[in-house]
Design a protein around this ligand. Structure first.
Ligand SMILES: [Zn+2]
Length: 394
């Protein structure tokens, strides 16, 4: 066992749920880490000795960001598609096929190296837990390969065979749903904790409510937790379906009516509304009203949805800036959603907060206060303390 005492903390944001803003901020605090766990939090003057000491020189420390929605296992480049969209071409989910072709053509080592570089990038921006979806393979072998590679970097892996119907199945959707819920699920499940589906009747490439229900129930039957891409491109059945099936998270929630907000509030203990404002930014879409969700009593999370089509950013600080600027959250609500909220969406109690017994997943800010996350958009002030970032069990 090795221990470290961290002192000189300008502001310790614990996100332990206390205080008027739930951030549980402590001043003049020190933290003792033993191996990868938090062993002690208290006043700096009373800090016990440890094997090593780290003085962070008045910087703020926060829980490492929990990025609960990403699509990081891919090859290829879609920058020209982004440029076209910025000049007026709308998004319908069809560009995913470009990434599927490039990902299938890539070698194992190439995919692993691309993923490793993206993981290094997000850690350098303060993220300590990353959920990673498959969904750019869309054959049994390619989905399994994506999940196996993802598992080398995170335990939070999600089977997304139900991302889009691949072109070779365009004329026989039922056969593809049979594949996803049959042989593909069977092969993928040992490498995944979650199953997800792109439930979006507004896209000809994605899945309607009945197809999504069938895919999610098949995943639940083999023990996977449920996540849903819902209500992204227009009002649809995704949110209600996630609430009905007890999904841990329904993500996007761009288009919500009153009944959707009521449904999310009613299941706030089980189902989190994960908001992905980077996607609205990168697709010229309207932002969901996060303040309305909180006022109704829903649980919310923030994540990047880092993916090559609709948001190629791994920056949780930028997401926090957008949530504050565009979605009605104050900086404290946004930080809580990006840490404790997204931990809840992964049904984790050991991350997203800094309390004794939790994982020592710390991020240090090159600033005296968490307020700088929203105050300094685009500036990389957050960094995961590298010794304490989560490493997968296998
Ligand atoms: Zn996504």
């Amino acid at each position: 066992m090795s221990s470290a005492v961290i002192t000189g903390i300008g502001e310790l944001v614990t996100c332990d749920g206390t205080g008027g803003d739930q951030l549980g901020i402590r001043l003049d605090a020190a933290v003792v880490v033993e191996d990868d766990m938090i062993a002690w939090i208290g006043g700096a003057a009373a800090a016990p000795a440890a094997d090593t000491a780290l003085d962070v020189g008045g910087r703020a420390i926060i829980p490492g960001f929990v990025d609960s929605h990403s699509h990081l296992v891919f090859a290829g480049d879609r920058a020209t598609e982004f440029a076209a969209r910025m000049t007026g071409r709308p998004y319908d989910g069809g560009g995913i096929g470009v990434t599927v072709a490039a990902t299938r053509a890539a070698g194992d080592d190439e995919l692993r190296q691309l993923l490793a570089a993206r993981i290094a990038e997000l850690r350098a921006l303060g993220t300590t837990t990353i959920e990673i979806k498959s969904g750019y393979g869309l054959t049994v072998a390619h989905e399994v390969r994506s999940l196996q590679i993802a598992r080398q970097f995170s335990n939070e892996t999600t089977f997304l065979g139900g991302h889009v119907v691949p072109p070779e199945y365009a004329a026989r959707r039922e056969a593809y749903v049979d594949l996803v819920t049959g042989p593909m699920l069977e092969a993928a499940a040992p490498h995944a904790r979650w199953i997800d589906v792109f439930c979006e009747p507004h896209s000809p490439h994605a899945f309607d409510g009945d197809e999504a229900r069938h895919i999610l129930k098949a995943g639940a039957a083999v023990g996977l937790g449920l996540r849903v891409h819902g209500n992204q491109l227009g009002h649809g059945p995704g949110v209600q379906l996630a609430a009905e099936l007890g999904a841990a998270s329904v993500d996007h929630c761009t288009y919500l009516d009153d009944a959707d907000v009521e449904a999310l509030a009613a299941v706030a203990d089980t189902t989190v509304a994960t908001l992905l404002p980077g996607v609205e930014f990168c697709t010229h879409s309207p932002y969901p009203n996060a303040a309305r969700l909180l006022a109704a009593g829903a649980s919310i999370a923030l994540a990047t949805d880092c993916n090559p089509g609709t948001c190629y950013s791994s920056s949780m600080p930028w997401v926090i800036s957008l949530a504050v600027r565009e979605m009605g959250l104050d900086p404290a609500q946004a930080l809580f959603a990006a840490t404790a909220g997204s931990a809840q969406s992964l049904r984790r109690t050991d991350i997203g907060r800094l309390v004794v017994g939790s994982r020592a997943d710390l991020a240090v800010l090159d600033a005296p206060s968490y307020l700088h996350l929203a105050y300094r958009p685009g500036v990389p002030i957050a960094k995961a303390l590298p010794a304490f970032a989560e490493t997968p069990a296998e």
